[in-house]
Design a protein. Structure first.
Lengths: 300, 290
């Protein structure tokens, strides 16, 4: 938002560099870049360098080794199943939170962010308590692939809901009313009007959830059993490679994970910025920035 | 569309059923398991030397990582929003990186830098500085994973408040620091507070990255999440559940702060910005002689 120049006296021509206090813009920028480089860029550069330390051939062999390939496949397939489940339930929950009215709505809305706030190891432990060998329901899914899906559902639950909620809130109800008055059934209204309006949010939420699921570790180690070729996801595989001294192999698989998530992240932000969604563009960009920020501030 | 009654109840059932089975029941179950035999066992488990050390170390992580990332976050957000620069797009992308990276990869990256065969490891250990398997490495891991939160919360607030008040202040003779302390910071305070809450929650619960760089030595390099995992793997369920409850309570506090802070942050961004009278600025100007 720019200031209105007309309302300012002529002497108030914006002075350059007054808003970052003291340090001066150049110095401040230098510090910020230095901090980011030391904390983030340099460590990641080390992973990329290590992954190709034995040449590209060794990199390829590490990634396509039977065990690492099995782990990658399992990770991707489980993550796909999970985002499909959460796309449906996330949208339903968003709908109930925005359009429905019931007592304790504020509490339920706050609860959605629990997976963001709860440490992942605690998430794994709680799920194991309920769905493990001591399950009060007699549902023992510990050390199976189902357990991986359940844990990832827990971890990625808020993404779609939080991405869809603001779109649903800003949706123009007149379109729906018009459709209904013209004789459209509830399902038709949903399919032709509501769903297309929510789709950008669902897609953004799904992509972010997928990126999160790919790298998940803490919630899985207790409940998945970490059995190679069976229930070993990529992050667990990387850990086992580090421990057995195959750091280059661990780095190679890390680079693959890194590339996928990075690609998704770039795609999501381009998707949000693209002009396709008309006036929804602003809402979506804000939403993604908020969901990325693990935010819960979109209550009804 | 006002949903018909059966549709409405159907959707409610789906939403509540899913939330109940996935979120509420497991978390409720762990509270039940912990306090099954009264308050005694969990309290005892949490007052063992290892547990107390784990809590202390976890708080130390928060005490170092949160202020660092808060100062960085506010400065970085100011640069991104208030100062056009060609590199801003890249800066913005790099800040998001920690969100996209598996915590295990974060741990591995630090291992590669500071390990015995790492880029910096040998030099640092010559100087007598041990980063890996000790506190500095764990702090670096915590800083890495929690880096984006404050930036991501402050950027939208800064965009929303605009620059009119800041320009007015500088017209009236305030210097950069005065404008920042009296105008900008009060206006973005809820955004900052919200970011701090999220950063704290992330640091408290970090497991994957810390597990690689810490070596998880009981009573030495074990934070509370590592303590929980280890206790569970050693079939010390009481200690595992007690530690998990402490973390879960911290998470519930976070949620509470999030829902309060989120509302305030929203209101703060669009609501009135505190008015600073011109006399306040001019008097402080003369006082500080700037």
């Amino acid at each position: 938002m720019d200031a209105h120049p007309a309302t300012l006296p002529p002497s108030a021509a914006p002075r350059a560099g007054i808003r970052l206090p003291g340090l001066g813009v150049g110095l401040g920028r230098g510090m910020v870049v230095l901090y980011l480089s030391l904390m983030v860029m340099l460590p990641l550069a080390a992973v990329v360098a290590e992954s190709t330390s034995g040449g590209l051939g060794a990199f390829w062999d590490s990634v396509t080794g039977a065990q690492s390939l099995a782990a990658l496949k399992l990770t991707v397939v489980c993550s796909l199943i999970v985002v499909a489940i959460n796309a449906v339930f996330g949208t339903v929950i968003a709908w109930v939170l925005v359009r429905d009215d019931f007592r304790g709505k504020g509490a339920v809305n706050a609860l959605i962010d629990l997976p963001f706030a709860l440490p992942t190891i605690v998430a794994g432990l709680t799920l194991l308590t309920l769905y493990g060998s001591d399950s009060p329901f007699g549902l023992d899914i510990a050390f199976t692939r189902v357990a991986i899906v359940v844990a990832l559902c827990f971890i990625t639950l808020p993404f779609v809901t939080r991405a869809v909620q603001p779109l649903l809130m800003e949706m123009d109800r007149e379109m729906e009313e018009a459709a209904t008055s013209l004789g459209a059934s509830g399902f038709t209204v949903f399919r032709r009007i509501i769903f297309p309006n929510l789709l950008p949010g669902i897609i953004a939420g799904v992509l972010l959830a997928f990126a999160r699921a790919l790298g998940e570790y803490g919630s899985l180690i207790l409940i998945s059993g970490n059995i190679p070729f069976e229930t070993e996801v990529s992050s667990v595989f990387i850990r086992s490679q580090i421990e057995s001294g195959n750091v280059a192999g661990a780095s190679a698989v890390s680079v693959v994970l890194l590339a996928i998530s990075l690609g998704l992240l770039i795609f999501v932000s381009l998707f949000a910025r693209s002009g396709k969604h008309g006036e929804k563009k602003g809402v979506l960009t804000r939403t993604i920035s908020r969901v990325l920020g693990r935010s819960g501030g979109v209550g009804p | 569309m006002t949903a018909t009654k059966p549709a409405k109840w159907g959707l409610r059932t789906l939403a509540f059923g899913y939330l109940g089975l996935l979120l509420l029941a497991p978390v409720g179950m762990i509270f039940f398991k912990t306090f099954e035999h009264g308050l005694g066992p969990p309290v005892e488990a949490m007052t063992s030397p290892d547990a107390i050390h784990a809590i202390w170390l976890t708080l130390l992580m928060v005490a170092v990582a949160v202020p660092l990332n808060t100062i960085f976050g506010v400065a970085c957000a100011l640069l991104l929003v208030r100062h056009k620069w060609k590199g801003n797009a890249i800066l913005d992308g790099v800040i998001n990186l920690p969100f996209a990276i598996s915590p295990i990869v974060v741990g591995l990256s630090l291992f590669l830098l500071y390990g015995n065969d790492g880029w910096f490891g040998p030099t640092l250990s010559e100087w007598g500085i041990q980063v890996l398997f000790s506190t500095p490495g764990m702090v670096l891991a915590s800083v890495f994973v929690s880096l984006p939160f404050v930036v991501r919360e402050v950027v939208p607030v800064l965009q929303e408040i605009g620059t009119e008040q800041e320009q007015a202040a500088s017209t009236l003779g305030a210097n950069g620091w005065q404008t920042f302390w009296r105008i900008t910071l009060p206006a973005i305070r809820w955004g900052v507070a919200y970011g701090v809450v999220l950063t704290t929650a992330r640091v408290l619960g970090e497991f994957g990255a810390v597990t690689i760089v810490s070596g998880s030595i009981s009573g030495e390099t074990e934070t509370l999440p590592l303590f929980v995992a280890k206790a569970f793997e050693q079939f010390n369920e009481e200690a595992a559940y007690a530690g998990a409850i402490v973390l879960a309570l911290l998470a519930l506090t976070t949620l509470l702060l999030m829902s309060v802070g989120g509302r305030k942050a929203k209101a703060g961004a669009s609501g009135p910005i505190p008015i600073v009278s011109d006399t306040a600025i001019s008097t402080s100007n003369t006082k500080e002689g700037s």
